[in-house]
Design a protein around this ligand. Structure first.
Ligand code: 5GP
Length: 114
């Protein structure tokens, strides 16, 4: 299977505004931000969707949340508030099939889920 757009970012084949990186995780700004802070927190392993994870991935999934929280702190939106979103498959509108968590903040959000 060809590399996802996020794998191409990880490999530095296409540019991105990288906010955080370690051995397992990369985080970069969304190219079409939906909020003043909109950062994608992405495991480097190309897991297509949350459906493709198992209990063996519990630590990695936990690290995605903790990394998102740490970035929220660094961006100064932890106290004002932030939202984490993971879309899974078509009905959720997933467009990039490489697991990721959207970190959104910097504005007051409503409760629209559709
Ligand atoms: P999804 O719809 O799969 O939950 O989210 C995919 C996100 O990736 C979208 O918010 C979209 O704007 C973002 N995105 C798609 N292509 C690129 C890209 O090439 N660079 C960056 N930084 N974000 C991208």
């Amino acid at each position: 299977m060809s590399d996802s757009i996020f794998t191409r970012i990880i490999k530095r084949e296409i540019p991105a505004s990288i906010e955080y990186e370690d051995d397992e995780i990369i985080a970069f700004r969304d190219i079409t931000p939906q909020a003043p802070v909109h950062i994608l927190v992405v495991p480097k392993r190309p897991i297509p969707t949350l459906n493709d994870t198992s209990p063996d991935d519990a630590a990695l999934l936990g690290r995605l949340l903790l990394t998102a929280r740490d970035i929220a702190v660094a961006k100064g939106i932890a106290e004002s508030g932030f939202r984490l979103v993971t879309n899974c498959n078509a009905d959720a509108g997933q467009t990039v099939f490489h697991l990721h968590v959207h970190l959104l903040g910097g504005l007051k959000m409503g409760h629209n889920f559709a």
